[in-house]
Design a protein around this ligand. Structure first.
Ligand SMILES: Nc1ncnc2c1ncn2[C@@H]1O[C@H](COP(=O)(O)OP(=O)(O)OP(=O)(O)O)[C@@H](O)[C@H]1O
Length: 336
């Protein structure tokens, strides 16, 4: 378990991390999300005592990092994959780390095997691709068989097979009862990997909730329906109080409608349907909607169009709603 209590970091006038309090629990993968500059890396650095908090504290399984005699056996981390001495081989890089934390030498071969680097164990790290460097960083994180693991952008530079491998590795480590805390900008990957999410914006907690609730609470739900009797269906939907929107290819999107209701309406009017499905937005859409007001670096009107969040549910913007709840933000755990 990782516990943050009022964790704050200022760099001069800049508040990078602002009174963060949350718990990262064992037995699941917890994703750490936030727009660029939100304070994710600074938070992770403070968890590892690489940055000193201005205020507040971090506990790793009940202890502060400084009280850990052999830290690699309590918490493993992948922060900067390239922070390896280029002249050292993968084997020797791991060997000195093992010796510095009184970890048996035999463990070096084991972790090289786990990450698939045995064949290049004696090659110098400076010749490694980014993907190989990521794997070496993961080997270092696993070296002390720690109960807590932090991964900052672990799939950076990995090919699809590597991404698949790290996803399953993280899930396996979590199923062994370990605490897994991972940041990534790849939303589709995060959606497949994390069970729980911590979301921050401008250093503050925006959400501490399960993946399913996060998507449900931050996305619009609607139904898609398609019929060869397009005009008649549109009319029936309108007279039932819905506002169908053309979605191309003869498909209609109907906000706030369930497939059950639309199916019954169509049956009542003996309208044939070729498609009827419930739709939910992706994690990416939910994330963009929630953090729309907390993005520090906006691109305006790129070739792909403006980088605003997709149209949201009616009412106040979700990020604003959460921030109005105060620095503790919103939580479904009754804490934070
Ligand atoms: N050593 C430093 N000195 C001054 N400002 C810093 C320092 N480190 C980070 N910051 C600032 O603190 C804020 C948080 O940065 P941080 O790198 O933690 O964000 P992040 O969420 O990890 O961003 P990204 O997703 O882009 O990696 C940013 O505004 C950054 O410019």
């Amino acid at each position: 378990m990782i516990e943050l209590d009022g964790l704050t970091k200022r760099f001069g006038a800049k508040v990078a991390v602002d009174r963060l309090s949350f718990r990262v629990r064992p037995g699941m993968v917890t994703g750490f999300l936030g727009p660029n500059g939100a304070g994710k890396s600074t938070t992770m650095r403070m968890m590892l005592d690489l940055d000193r908090p201005t205020a507040g504290r971090v506990r790793i399984d009940g202890r502060s990092y400084r009280d850990l005699a052999e830290p690699l056996t309590a918490i493993g981390a992948l922060l900067e994959a390239r922070s390896v001495h280029g002249g050292r081989s993968a084997y020797h890089h791991l060997l000195w780390l093992a010796q510095s934390n009184r970890i048996p030498t035999a463990r070096v071969r084991q972790v090289l095997d786990v990450v698939g680097l045995t064949a290049v164990a004696h090659k110098k790290a400076k010749g490694f691709s980014l993907g190989m460097a990521q794997r070496l960083g993961i080997a270092a994180a696993l070296l002390g068989d720690p109960r807590v693991l932090l991964f900052d952008e672990p799939v950076n530079g990995l090919d699809p097979e590597g991404i698949h491998w790290i996803r399953h590795l993280m899930k396996r480590l979590a199923s062994e009862g370990r605490t897994i805390f991972v940041s990534s900008h790849l939303m589709s990957e995060m959606a497949l990997t994390a069970d729980h999410l911590i979301v921050i914006g401008q250093g503050r907690l925006l959400a501490d909730t399960s993946m399913a609730s996060f998507i449900q609470e931050n996305s619009r739900s609607y139904a898609r329906v398609r019929s060869p009797e397009h005009e008649r269906l549109t009319e029936v939907l309108r007279s039932a109080g819905f506002t169908p929107v053309e979605a191309g290819g003869g498909t209609l999107e109907v906000d706030g409608a369930t497939p059950e209701r639309l199916g019954e309406l169509a049956a009542q009017h003996r309208i044939t349907l070729h498609e009827l499905s419930a739709q939910r937005a992706s994690l990416e859409e939910a994330f963009m909607r929630m953090t729309a007001g907390a993005v520090e670096y906006h691109a305006h009107g790129t070739a792909e169009g403006p980088t605003t969040a997709p149209p949201g549910p009616r009412g106040p913007r979700w990020g604003e709603d959460f921030r109005r709840g105060g620095p503790g933000g919103r939580t479904d755990r009754g804490e934070g």
